[in-house]
Write a protein that binds this ligand. Sequence first.
Ligand code: 5AD
Ligand code: SF4
Length: 459
Amino acid sequence: MKAHLITYGCQMNEYDTHLVESQLVSFGADMVDSVEAADFVLINTCAVRGKPVDKVRSILGELRKLKAQRPLVVGMMGCLAQLEEGQQMARKFQVDVLLGPGSLLDIGQALESNERFWGLQFKDELHGHIPPPPAGKLQAHLTIMRGCDHHCTYCIVPTTRGPQVSRSPDDILRELDMQLAAGVQEVTLLGQNVNAYGIDQGAKLAGYPSFAELLRLVGRSGVRRVKFTTSHPMNFTEDVAAAIGETPAICEFVHLPVQSGSDRVLRRMAREYNREKYLTHIAQIKRHIPDVVLFTDIIVGFPGETEEDFQETLSLYDEVGYDSAYMFIYSPRPGTPSYKHFTDLPREVKTERLQRLIARQKEWSARKNAAKVGTVQEVLLRGDAHDPAFLEGHTRGNHPTVVPKAYGVTGPGIYSVRVDQATPHMLYGKLVDAQGQPLPELPRLNPEAAALTSPLQMA
Ligand code: 5AD
Ligand code: SF4
C-alpha cells in the first residue's frame, strides 16, 4: 500500500499524523509524498474554524473525482471526523475510513475491513500508546494530555476531542527517553490545556505530578530545550513560571492565549478569568523569567464585541507587550453555545478589526525583534534555508532565524548566533563561537547569484 497523509490544524494534529503514519509503516505501508502516487489518502482534519473545514471539503471533492478514475481509498481523521458536519461530508464524498481523535489506533482494523469503516469512540488504549520517535529530527512533539474540560462558548474542541485525559508520567518519560536516544534536542509538550495536567474532570489524579513538577522532570532529562503549548490562564499557577525561570532547559517562551482584553467579552466567552487576573499571571511570568518571549491567541469580532471592547484588546496588547500573536476572526461553529445563542457580527466589522490588530502586532513584533539585534541567541538550526548558502531555524523564543553557513556548521544542530538584523517576522545573524567571535563563513560558490536570492532581500 502506498499512503499519503495531509495534515491541517494544530501541533496536536501533527503529532497524531506521526502516530498514525508510524502505525501504517508498521503494517508495511510505503509513505509517499503526493496524492498521485498514493492508493490511500488520509486527511487529518481541523474543525476549530470554518476555513480549515472548507479546505477539507474541497480536497474531498477532488478525491471523489479521482476515485471515479482509479482505485483509491480515502480516509478522514481528526477533529472534523468526530462531528456530524464531518460525517455528512464523509457520506457525500464517499469517504471509506473515518477516525475520530480518540480512535486513531483503529487504523489497522479500518484497513483490513472491506467495507466503510467509521471509528468514533474515545479509547483508553491511545493514552498508553508510545509512537516511535521521529527519525533524524532534532525536534519532537510529545502529547501529555488529550481533550479539554473547559467550555469556552466559541470552541468546538471539547466536542471533537472529548474530556481531558492526562497521560501517565511513566508513559511520558518513556516516550521522552526514546526521543532522546534518537537524537532529539528540543521537545514540545502538547495538550489542549497542558497546565491542567494531572487534574482531569476537576480531580487531582493520584500519583501524578503537577504540570510544574512534570516540567521540572522533563527539564532534568538531559534534553537541551523544552517548550509547551497550549496553556489556559484559568489553570495557570505561579510555580510554572518559577519552574521555567529555574530550569535551564525550559525555554523562556510562554504562549498564554488571552482571546480578548474586555471583561464583558471574556465573560460571554466563559473564559473563567478577567483582564486583571490575566495581567497578574503575566506579571508573575515576567518576574520569574525576565527575558520571556510572550505569545498569545486573540479572537476578534466575538458576538456582541463593541468598539470599546476591541479597544480594550488593543490596550491589553500594549500593556503586556507581546512578542507575537495568533489572531483570528470569530468563526461561528455549529454545535457551540455561541453559535446557538449569539448573533454573528458583520464580516466587514470583523475584518476591519483584525487588520487593526495585525498592525498593532506588527509594531510590537518589530520593536521586540529589533531589541534582539546585537544579542547572542541559541538557535536550533533545522537545515538549509531557501538559499542553500544559509541555514534556517528558530531561537528558544521561537523566532524564525536565518544564518549563513560557516566552517564546521553546515547542517542541523543547536548553535550560537549573533543577531545583526531583524524584521517583525525574522531574525538574521551570524554564527559565533562560545566567546562570541564570528565563525568564518563558507565561501559562496557564486556570490552574485547568492546575493540575488539572499533572504535579506526576500524579506
Ligand atoms: N473562531 C475563531 N477562533 C477560534 N479559536 C477557537 N475557536 C474559534 C472560533 N470559533 C481560536 C482560539 C484558540 C485557537 C486555537 O483558535 O484563539 O486559542
Ligand atoms: Fe483544530 Fe483544535 Fe482539533 Fe487542533 S484540537 S485540530 S486546532 S480543532
